[in-house]
Design a protein around this ligand. Structure first.
Ligand SMILES: Cc1cc2nc3c(=O)[nH]c(=O)nc-3n(C[C@H](O)[C@H](O)[C@H](O)COP(=O)(O)OP(=O)(O)OC[C@H]3O[C@@H](n4cnc5c(N)ncnc54)[C@H](O)[C@@H]3O)c2cc1C
Length: 396
């Protein structure tokens, strides 16, 4: 990776510094470079590692074609949800559930950005980002850069753990998981259906499910996922995955092609807020939907809003979790955090009684109040109403 930052703009300042080149940082870079008004700006991209690996798979839903369709490796228009004796296959129309491999996303955007000589790269661990005299100063060992604006998505995992342990009225759960990309020797999966939630697994006193995304009839990403306060030992995920695959597909051999692990914060506690000239994006910028852990599309919405306002030279807003839906998230987390109702039962009821299109809109924060009411009517008032009142009147 070139180190042009120290040479070309040594005494100069950048128009934009992107601190963290993961999903949010690279999505922002890509959008800026696609804007004829912004794509000549002096940009510095900093990340501790610009040699990206296939560290995650993003799935999300959208209607019709999307900006990253060329990178989508698989899409489904049917999903299934299972909780014995309930088992259903549902049509997602007009939404399509799509999958992108992390490495394809990183590679595509980085190679696109490499065509722009005004984009500079710095591979280093950022130690601080401060606002000094209305400029942002980003520091790392042995260097610093100044920017008119910094967009940061840097949220080290130890800082996140500290937040998870801090005293707050607002619930904090982890969505944690291990996934295996498995390859069977014979046809094993119906690759038309993404198994979104199969709750027929050890719940471990939490909300636990298997997430099975078949890429073809022999290959699938199988993830054991939990919503809970603490994370499991790696061997525990392995055991559940092995037991599930052996029980579902007895006497069939499979090979593990790839593994992925993750822990996504589920909370309505804000991690940081944007204050010019430093703006927070991605997980740090509270783009993760607290009740689901989905963030990819919220990051795209955040980036679109930023780029629109940058191009118009208007104030920049980074909030994407809107009040009404954030309140619903807080109520659901309150219930899960206090074990007032099993998560598996909540999600089962929602999928049993509503169309996927309504659920996806609700989970994308784009549902109307009437659609929200429809979803809420699937859930027991005697549990949800007192929880909603508690959340509404609590401090903070
Ligand atoms: C395994 C996994 C799977 C996921 N799957 C989905 C999914 O299917 N759908 C969905 O909607 N969401 C998913 N998410 C949630 C969310 O979309 C991702 O976490 C997303 O990558 C968040 O983007 P981000 O830019 O905030 O963070 P990241 O993508 O993690 O980017 C942060 C960047 O900052 C860099 N960095 C950190 N500290 C420093 C430092 N001090 N100095 C320099 N650089 C630093 C890191 O190297 C990294 O490149 C998933 C998350 C994980 C972990």
């Amino acid at each position: 990776m070139d180190n042009k930052a120290d040479t070309l703009y040594q005494n100069d300042e950048y128009d934009i510094i992107i601190a963290g080149a993961g999903c949010a940082g690279l999505s922002l870079l890509y959008s800026i470079l696609q804007s004829p008004i912004l794509n000549t700006q002096k940009i510095l991209v900093i990340d501790k590692s610009l040699e990206k690996s296939n560290d995650r798979t993003w799935c999300f839903w959208e209607i019709k074609n999307g900006k990253f369709d060329a990178l989508v490796c698989k899409k489904w228009d049917q999903i299934s949800v299972h909780k014995k004796p309930f088992s259903t296959v549902l049509n997602t129309a007009p939404f399509v559930y799509k999958m992108i491999q992390g490495q394809d996303f990183y590679k595509h955007i980085i190679s696109f950005a490499k065509q722009f000589s005004n984009v500079h790269w710095q591979e280093t661990v950022i130690s601080s980002i401060d606002a000094i005299n209305e400029k942002a100063v980003v520091q790392w060992e042995g260097g610093e850069a100044k920017g008119k604006k910094v967009f940061s998505s840097i949220l080290p995992i130890d800082q996140l753990y500290a937040i998870s342990q801090s005293k707050s009225d607002k619930a904090f759960l982890w969505q944690h998981f291990k996934g295996l990309l498995v390859q069977f020797e014979q046809d094993t999966f119906d690759d038309n259906i993404a198994r979104l939630m199969d709750f027929n697994v050890d719940q471990k006193k939490a909300t636990a499910f298997m997430y099975v995304l078949p890429l073809d009839t022999q290959k699938a990403l199988v993830e054991y996922t939990l919503f809970s306060k603490s994370i499991l030992n790696p061997a525990d995920y392995d055991k559940e995955l092995k037991d599930y695959l052996n029980a579902k597909f007895p006497n069939r051999n499979y090979q593990i092609l790839h593994e992925e692990m993750g822990a996504i914060p589920m909370t309505t506690q804000p991690f940081a807020s944007s204050k010019p000239p430093i703006y927070v994006i991605g997980t740090l910028g509270n783009a993760v939907k607290a009740s689901t852990g989905y963030a990819f599309q919220f990051i795209q919405a955040q980036v679109n809003e930023i780029v629109t306002n940058l191009a118009l030279d208007k104030p920049i807003h980074t909030e994407v979790q809107v009040n009404r839906h954030q309140f619903y998230d807080a109520v659901l987390l309150y219930i899960l955090d206090r074990d007032l109702m099993e998560g598996s039962e909540i999600f089962k009821r929602i999928f049993e009684k509503n169309k996927v299109a309504t659920i996806f809109k609700f989970l994308s924060n784009t549902s109307s109040i009437w659609e929200d009411i429809r979803i809420m009517r699937s859930l027991p008032t005697k549990i949800f109403l007192p929880a909603a009142i508690k959340v509404l009147f609590r401090r903070g």
